[in-house]
Design a protein around this ligand. Structure first.
Ligand SMILES: NC(=O)c1ccc[n+]([C@@H]2O[C@H](COP(=O)([O-])OP(=O)(O)OC[C@H]3O[C@@H](n4cnc5c(N)ncnc54)[C@H](O)[C@@H]3O)[C@@H](O)[C@H]2O)c1
Length: 476
């Protein structure tokens, strides 16, 4: 959305009247919003003159100060600032809440922002009568019953890629550290041992990096590695444009046979489970290195342990494990993973506690990305980036389209719905419309022109009466 600072344009005309809209919003409980006054927020008074703050219309079914947001778990300040700047009522808590307290509180809110500790189960969401959207200010969404949320018209957003650069930089650090056996030298010095050696220590310039999975992280890493003078090859199931002089190889085996350093950046899928096992390690070059900062299931760790003991693999860095503890403490033992102590005893292995994406920059970027997705959803209904809804978006309405309304109809994905919806919308001039489905839930968005208050009310009530309805929102 265009910010007020971008396009402040002084206009020499009367402000639009709020009278009409006030009557609509107080006579209609539009969407799950509280009854409030309609604020054409695009108009502000400055220097004795009315100014239009944006060329885009700010769509809102109710005044922004009526939107109540509950932010838990000390969400990054970048997120809090953006939500407060919208004029929403934000309650900010540093901690999570026990389930019963959460159930009592969540009823009042339209939006909730959480990180990984708050569990939004169906039991909690059942009580969230006013909730329209959940923001997970983190990567994963396992803590939310996303299916239940979708079936009740509640969109869920997260921030899957804000930490890609942090992971790529960690891997670059690990490549150099493994090549120079930095972990071992540092541990020796901590124990008081001076051990100056060059045997088996290498520059990374001129070596080949093999990247498995050339997505957000893999491609960032590709650029960084080339800057260090490495040759980059990658393997991906999708044909992708190589960055710089990197080269896509036709098979995993080809990559493993070529690379001096192999690094995994694939998602956790049935096909990627143990994708580097004994057979794959056999294909790797003698004295090569293996890195995994993707998911713990990707490497068969007992096979890696054997290959490192045999000297086939000269070093490894692991940031992720099949089982990881829920909190910090002395948990990295055989009780957690049966081979943990064997792994800890190996030389030239860097073991880190899933910190690939844990930087201040990544946290800040997550705050921005998720809060902006929430604002777009609340104000404009866009589901771009939602994890549990089809992605639907329409271009913004402009200030010249004063009598337009945006209708959002979240419904069950069953035969005949569109016939019913279009019978209602078809009486009007549908300027643009988009619909998509994901599993059992479908999302329809339509911009309708030349409507007045009576028509808005009629549209809303007729859509609400359809049996396929999950949630109707009308933004104007
Ligand atoms: N260590 C951390 O803290 C941390 C932080 C962020 C992400 N991650 C993990 O890193 C991994 C990569 O993240 P991303 O953001 O780059 O993901 P991404 O979705 O952008 O990229 C993944 C790539 O892997 C490819 N791929 C899928 N299956 C494949 C297969 N069988 N063989 C080869 N390629 C395959 C995809 O086509 C895609 O290009 C994910 O597992 C993610 O969970 C870890």
């Amino acid at each position: 959305m265009t910010s007020a600072l971008d396009v402040t344009e002084a206009l020499d005309i009367e402000p639009p009247t709020t009278e009409l809209a006030r009557r609509v919003s107080s006579s209609l409980d539009l969407s799950t919003s509280p009854n409030g006054t309609f604020h054409p927020a695009s108009w502000v008074k400055g220097g004795g003159q009315l100014t239009r703050t944006s060329t885009n219309k700010q769509l809102k079914p109710f005044a922004t100060e009526d939107i109540k947001i509950l932010l838990l778990e000390n969400v990054n300040k970048t997120g809090l600032d953006r939500l407060e700047a919208q004029g929403y009522q934000v309650t900010f808590l540093k901690t999570s809440l026990p389930e019963d307290e959460l159930i009592a509180k969540i009823r009042d809110y339209h939006v909730i922002g959480i990180r990984s500790k708050t569990k939004l189960t169906s039991r909690v969401l059942r009580e969230a009568k006013n909730l329209i959207v959940i923001g997970c200010f983190c990567i994963g969404t396992n803590q939310v019953d996303t299916q239940y949320a979708a079936e009740h018209g509640i969109a869920v957003f997260n921030s899957p890629f804000s930490n890609s650069r942090s992971v790529a930089e960690l891997v670059i650090g690990e490549i150099i550290s493994l090549a120079r056996q930095l972990g071992d030298r540092s541990n020796e010095m901590h124990r008081g041992t001076w051990n100056k050696v060059s045997n088996g220590c290498w520059e990374i310039r001129g070596k080949t990096l093999g990247i498995i999975g050339y997505g957000h992280i893999g491609s960032q890493l590709s650029v960084l590695a080339e800057a260090f003078g490495m040759t980059v090859v990658f393997y991906d199931t999708v044909n992708l444009m190589a960055l710089g002089t990197a080269k896509q190889l036709p098979s995993l085996q080809a990559l493993l046979r070529t690379a001096d350093f192999v690094t995994c950046h694939v998602p956790e899928l049935p096909e990627t489970k143990n994708m580097i096992g004994r057979k794959e390690i056999e294909y790797m070059k003698e004295g090569s290195y293996l890195i995994n900062a993707s998911r713990g299931s990707v490497i068969e760790i007992p096979a890696l342990i054997d290959a490192m003991r045999a000297g086939k693999i000269a070093g490894a860095a692991l940031d992720v494990y099949p089982a990881e503890p829920g909190g910090n403490g002395d948990y990295f033992t055989n009780d957690l993973n049966p081979w943990a102590e064997d792994l800890r005893s190996l030389k030239n292995i860097i073991l880190t506690p899933h910190i690939g994406g844990s930087t201040e920059e990544a946290q800040s970027a997550i705050g921005i990305e998720v809060s902006e997705a929430l604002v777009r959803y609340v104000n404009e209904g866009s589901t771009l980036g939602a994890v549990n809804m089809p992605e639907v978006n329409l271009r913004s309405l402009t200030m010249d389209e004063a009598n337009h309304v945006r209708v959002i109809y979240i419904h069950r994905n069953i035969p005949g719905v569109l016939r019913g919806v279009n019978a209602i919308l078809g009486d009007h001039n549908v300027d643009k419309q988009m619909t998509d489905s994901r599993g059992d839930v479908a999302y329809l968005m339509a911009d309708i022109s030349d409507v007045n208050v009576t028509l808005i009310k009629d549209l809303y009530q007729r859509l609400e009466s359809l049996s396929s309805r999950i949630m109707t929102r009308v933004l104007y």
